[in-house]
Design a protein around this ligand. Structure first.
Ligand SMILES: Cc1cc2nc3c(=O)[nH]c(=O)nc-3n(C[C@H](O)[C@H](O)[C@H](O)COP(=O)(O)OP(=O)(O)OC[C@H]3O[C@@H](n4cnc5c(N)ncnc54)[C@H](O)[C@@H]3O)c2cc1C
Length: 126
């Protein structure tokens, strides 16, 4: 029985995660998310323009916190088979036993190598 209410401002990843946690963990708190835009996802959303889909902010999941990673993989399990580009480029990736096949479903987390840099005054900074 939910007897209390939490008002959460913003339906970006932080607000949505807070609401999800309150709903899925046994709390007596009912979350209400207030979002000023017509869409959810904040700057981590995928925007659509004509036939194009663009990731504005978040492109990849990366966290040093195991609880955060566990939450993501609870929603989107790690790949259990190689993705097409890994096969073509002959890249080896550790695969999750029993994980989904990226060639048959979109509901799968793909493992990606990452390099993050900012270009400033014609120089790359890690
Ligand atoms: C260029 C770029 C690349 C990035 N790449 C990555 C990446 O690869 N991986 C990664 O993990 N992260 C990445 N990030 C960071 C990631 O996008 C943010 O950390 C994440 O979106 C923050 O989530 P948030 O919910 O705190 O805020 P936001 O995503 O900003 O969401 C805030 C929400 O609150 C709403 N809001 C604001 N004010 C009000 C109000 N007064 N009333 C109601 N609603 C309101 C906004 O409309 C929005 O929907 C990147 C960011 C940028 C800019």
């Amino acid at each position: 029985m939910r007897t209390r209410t939490a008002i959460i401002i913003g339906a970006g990843p932080a607000g949505l995660t807070a609401a999800y946690e309150l709903l899925t963990k046994s709390t007596d708190i009912f979350p209400i998310v207030l979002e000023t835009e017509d869409f959810v996802g904040g700057i981590s959303r995928t925007a659509t323009y004509k036939d194009y889909r663009m990731d504005i902010g978040g492109h990849r999941f990366f966290s040093k916190d195991d609880r955060v990673t566990a939450l993501w993989t609870e929603m989107l399990p790690m790949q259990g088979s190689p993705a097409k580009d890994d096969l073509v480029l002959e890249r080896e990736k550790p695969l999750q036993d029993g994980g989904p096949d990226p060639e048959t479903t979109y509901d799968v987390m793909l493992l990606r190598d990452r390099v993050s840099r900012i270009i400033y005054r014609r120089k790359f900074f890690d």
